[in-house]
Design a protein around this ligand. Structure first.
Ligand code: CO
Length: 436
């Protein structure tokens, strides 16, 4: 039942996290509850030994850190991402179709399985920029209501739908919002959900989301399904592990970055300066920025993003032996071209930590002719060059509006990351470590 408790807590979090802004807001609340102090990038920071802090950028990425009582040897960093594939509503949000319908004008955000978004109730959430008296304010908006559907064409009219249909974002995927009489109601509806005057909306980043609550399912309760498991499953598990973890001798760092699904190269993305900026300020507080290179040489990063479980109908897409299963533990990802950052050193370190914590690990590599996806690890590595390992949890249907993962894996990721942060880890030569 322990397994289910963590899985159900994850599903509760997912309900409140339809967008990166809401996910980061939820993680900030977890950190507040655990006694972390919110910092602002624009302010001077005075950091105390043993202090616990977090800072957001764009309100859609967050970095939290726990300082040890003594001078830290380095940083133990775990990173996950806050965004998932969806549809973004354009600046001019509505259009009239065939004189009778009001549609939303949207475009894809990230690489989704398009067909999974059709014929299901969808809602809208995101952030608004609101005009106040002499100021502009950001407000989060979440319409907790079924508001639109992307309707399929009947099979009688499109006989190709089951034989490989090419979905066109500007034709097939436009959500139906209402009748022609619903014209002009979109921003009003969002404004009402955010408790603001629609006349005062000066800008918006609004996205569709699948608001069907996730569930644990199957006679054994072995699986859980929901939208946005990639990567909020890892982001939430990492936050859960981090908030309770002690920092014996190094700085614990939790990063949840936005924009991984669109290449990470934004101000708040993993390919921006956010992480380096925060680590530099911590090193400054620990005796000057000259300490940064020394601290980085004693650091390790874990990039946590979900992995592909062997598919029951299509096992041939997986590598013959470097394949992973749901409910069989934390996945370590390998790639010869270093699209995953894992190497012998970081694989060894992370597996050894998991072994000590009683957490099973399994090894994943893409089938040798398949390129696989991108991750946070090597992007962050361009700015902060430290040894890194790519990990994740095994799941099915990645980038569907309804993804599936293993119920028992949720507590294993929490335990593995907790052990990572709580293990004293000191470099003892290039590629040698004193551990524990
Ligand atoms: Co991902």
């Amino acid at each position: 039942m322990e397994n289910h408790a963590e899985a159900l807590a994850l599903l509760d979090f997912l309900k409140t996290a339809p967008t990166p802004w809401h996910a980061v807001d939820g993680i900030a609340r977890m950190l507040d509850a655990a006694g972390y102090t919110a910092l602002r990038e624009a302010d001077p920071w005075s950091l105390a030994p043993g202090g616990r802090y977090y800072v957001t950028r764009n309100l859609s990425s967050v970095i939290a850190f726990t300082l040890p009582e003594d001078a830290p040897s380095g940083f133990l960093i775990a990173a996950a991402h806050s965004d998932s594939p969806t549809f973004k509503v354009k600046a001019v949000p509505e259009l009239t179709a065939v004189g009778r319908y009001t549609q939303l004008d949207t475009e894809p955000y990230g690489g989704m399985i398009m067909s999974s978004w059709l014929d299901r109730p969808l809602s809208v959430a995101g952030r608004l920029l609101v005009r106040g008296e002499g100021r502009l304010e950001t407000r989060l908006a979440r319409c907790d209501q079924d508001l639109c559907v992307i309707p399929n064409v009947a099979i009688h009219m499109n006989r190709e739908v089951n034989t490989g249909y090419a979905w066109k974002a500007n034709v097939d995927l436009m959500p139906l919002w209402g009748s022609e009489r619903a014209g002009g109601s979109f921003l009003r509806t969002v404004a009402e959900a955010a408790g603001v005057d629609p006349e005062r909306i000066a800008g918006h980043d609004l996205y569709l989301y699948n608001r069907v609550p996730g569930c644990v399912w199957g006679v054994e309760g072995a699986y859980l399904s929901a939208g946005r498991l990639d990567d909020l499953e890892c982001a939430w598990a990492a936050a859960r592990a981090f908030a309770g973890a002690a920092a014996p001798g190094h700085v614990n760092v939790l990063c949840v970055f936005d924009n991984e699904e669109v290449g990470s190269s934004t101000r708040q993305g993993a390919d921006g300066s956010f992480l380096l900026d925060v680590l530099t300020r911590i090193a400054d507080a620990e005796g000057g920025s000259a300490r940064l290179p020394r601290m980085l040489s004693g650091s390790v990063m874990v990039s946590a993003d979900n992995a592909h479980a062997v598919h029951p109908n299509h096992p041939e897409y997986s590598d013959p032996v470097n394949r992973v299963w749901m409910n069989e533990g934390v996945v370590i990802k390998h790639n010869a071209r270093q699209k995953y950052t894992t190497d012998a050193v970081t694989c060894g370190l992370f597996s050894e930590i998991c072994r000590g914590a009683g957490v099973p690990v399994q090894h994943f590599a893409n089938r040798s002719d398949l390129p696989g996806g991108s991750t946070l690890g090597n992007l962050s590595g361009r700015h902060v060059s430290i040894p890194a390992v790519d990990i994740g949890l095994a799941q099915l249907s990645m980038h569907s509006a309804w993804e599936t993962a293993g119920t028992a894996d949720v507590p294993l990721m929490i335990r593995g990351l907790r052990a990572f942060w709580e293990t004293p880890l000191v470099p003892d030569g290039d590629g040698d470590y004193r551990i524990g």
